[in-house]
Design a protein around this ligand. Structure first.
Ligand SMILES: [Zn+2]
Length: 272
């Protein structure tokens, strides 16, 4: 569930928490399958003693540049980081003890999240598409992508190989804002629609970051930032999980349909 704005918030909070330049004193793996590679014993042995040089985001991946390797973490549905707290939480899967004594805990209730310790980040990240908030992502780039494909808009936007970082929440919001139906064929969008969609994608992501992410519900499995803070972007959502409520633009009832096996929230009046 964490998408670009949530992962970006986590990265920023980790930097603010002064994790940079600390070393990893000890690593413990409580759930082996949270590690994609290497094996738990190799992971613990290799990562111990390495310094955290950089913390970045690429798409929905957290990228930790360490002194020898790169650690890539994909949170999937319910993965989250928490700094501090001694007791092992029932959903805690991996824990790193840092050189200043603090503990970086990784919890993941549904266990879909994955950690990988690799020599080169590119070996994993090479398939990712463009960063939607980068200068390279222009209306022209988007229009070229749209014309190069002939598929439904929503699965196209969710495909990390084209544009990296968008997920269900921000795609539904962007499509509503741009007034396009999620099942429209990409190649059918006009230049004007592409321009609106480009603007909408940037807008919803930027807002999401400003609001430090979207936290739906109050349960522990939901998105919380590293400091345990809830985001506030859920208060700004216009259609996502608002089926049965009024469209804030036209007053028609928002409905929920299924597109590419994903619950999709639209206003049929605004999104033809
Ligand atoms: Zn509407």
């Amino acid at each position: 569930m964490p998408e670009l704005p949530e992962v970006e918030t986590i990265v920023r909070e980790m930097r603010e928490a002064s994790l940079l330049n600390l070393s990893i004193k000890k690593a413990e793996v409580f759930w082996e399958r949270s590690l994609k590679r290497p094996s738990p014993s190799d992971f613990c042995r290799q990562i111990t003693g390495q310094k955290i040089l950089k913390i970045d985001r690429r798409g929905k991946f957290l990228v930790f540049t360490l002194s020898e390797h790169t650690l890539l973490v994909h949170l999937r549905m319910t993965g989250k980081f928490i700094i501090g707290g001694d007791e092992i939480h029932p959903h805690e899967r991996i824990r790193l003890t840092l050189s200043d004594g603090r503990i970086l805990r990784y919890e993941d209730q549904r266990k879909f999240g994955k950690w990988e310790l690799v020599d080169k980040a590119e070996s994993v990240l090479t398939d990712l598409g463009i960063e939607p908030l980068s200068a390279e992502f222009t209306v022209g780039t988007l229009l070229a992508f749209l014309k190069a494909h002939s598929r439904a808009l929503k699965p196209f936007l969710l495909d990390q190989k084209t544009i990296a970082g968008l997920g269900n929440i921000y795609v539904d919001e962007a499509l509503w804002m741009a007034k396009v139906h999620p099942l429209r064929l990409t190649s059918s969008l006009t230049k004007e629609e592409a321009k609106l969609l480009h603007q909408a994608i940037r807008h919803v992501l930027t807002k999401g970051i400003e609001n430090t992410g979207t936290s739906l519900g109050a349960q522990r499995a939901n998105y919380f930032s590293v400091s345990g803070r809830r985001g506030s972007n859920q208060d700004e959502l216009k259609v996502f999980r608002r089926d049965g409520l009024e469209c804030p633009r036209c007053g028609e009832t928002i409905i929920k349909i299924t597109v590419a096996q994903r619950g999709t929230h639209i206003c049929l009046f605004c999104q033809k």
